[in-house]
Write a protein that binds this ligand. Structure first.
Ligand SMILES: [Zn+2]
Length: 305
């Protein structure tokens, strides 16, 4: 599959999968239950969100979107919120609402990506209902549990959507499938700890935030490779701190091993900035981290949004 499209998982539940899952190209979902669709996330740009909403319309028989869940604050999952009907209720973690209200990227995109994302006519619309720990939304009679891992991981406010009757887990960006994971706005240690929690759902179908769908039988292997990557970040950061070299230098000198083949390899620099801050108990400078990632990459980052 090379074009974005809906992929049926179980009756009434479909994943919106957007290859190739690189910067700003996310996955989302639609859950039907007889009283208007429940969405999991929107998309980054007006064009991509309108394409998703048209596909939702075709499977929902034109019923207006009733609820949309934001798995976290990043624009690839939330910038399209403003295209939803005004009557739709958007739900996310408190940190997702707070972070979106402080967003500066949409209105003032720094020259980090090339070409710069073409957002279209979008404005920030944050969740109006917030989750702290968990909440259950019903799509008709189908429960959709929104659960927070209890600590920062990919971001401060990650929420998964778990359909216990269907065995479907929408992980948001707690999972990047064969795409370099990004944890610089959350916690490397927290992301590592979230893996056991993700495994505990016993999901039969996993929709990652980026990359191809994961059948339940393959999930353990996918969780294991995330664990190896997070430990690799922490070990590289410890060694770099001990040798008093910068995150950029640490990323340059280390062999990226099995992770080198993943798209967006430069994210190691961003992740190391977070690990340095965590291990050294210091603040992370977001723009300095991006500047280093662009240096590592040898120019603005790849963007096909
Ligand atoms: Zn994402």
């Amino acid at each position: 599959m090379t074009e974005p499209g809906l992929v049926p998982l179980v009756d009434g539940v479909q994943a919106w999968v957007q290859p190739d899952g690189s910067w700003w190209i996310n996955n989302a979902g639609v859950i039907l239950g007889g009283d208007g669709p429940v969405l999991v996330d929107t998309c980054a740009t007006e064009v991509r969100t309108r394409r998703f909403l048209a596909a939702v319309d075709s499977v929902a028989g034109g019923a207006p979107v009733r609820v949309a869940v934001n798995t976290h604050l990043h624009g690839d999952h939330t910038y399209g919120n403003c295209l939803l009907p005004e009557s739709a209720v958007i739900i996310g973690h408190q940190a997702t609402r707070d972070g979106l209200l402080a967003d500066f990227l949409l209105a003032n995109t720094p020259p980090i990506w090339s070409p710069s994302p073409e957002w279209g006519a979008l404005s920030i619309r944050p969740p109006a209902v917030v989750v702290h720990d968990r909440i259950t939304v019903y799509a008709g009679t189908r429960p959709v549990e929104l659960r927070h891992p209890g600590h920062p991981a990919h971001t401060q406010g990650d929420v998964v959507a778990w359909l216990p009757d269907d065995g479907v887990l929408f992980t948001g960006d707690l999972i990047f499938h064969d795409v370099t994971p990004l944890v610089f706005m959350g916690s490397v240690d927290g992301a590592l700890r979230s893996l056991e929690w993700l495994a505990s759902f016993g999901a039969a179908h996993v929709v990652p935030g980026h990359g191809a769908l994961v059948p339940g039988a393959d999930f353990e292997a996918v969780l294991n490779v995330h664990g190896r990557y997070y430990r690799f970040i922490l070990e590289t950061a410890s060694a770099g701190l001990a040798d008093e070299i910068s995150p950029l230098e640490a990323a340059r000198r280390v062999d990226h091993g099995e992770f080198a083949a993943w798209p967006d390899d430069e994210r190691l620099v961003l992740n190391l900035h977070r690990a340095y801050a965590e291990l050294g108990d210091s603040e992370m400078d977001l723009l300095a981290a991006f500047t280093d990632a662009v240096s590592y990459h040898g120019g603005p980052l790849r963007c096909a949004v």
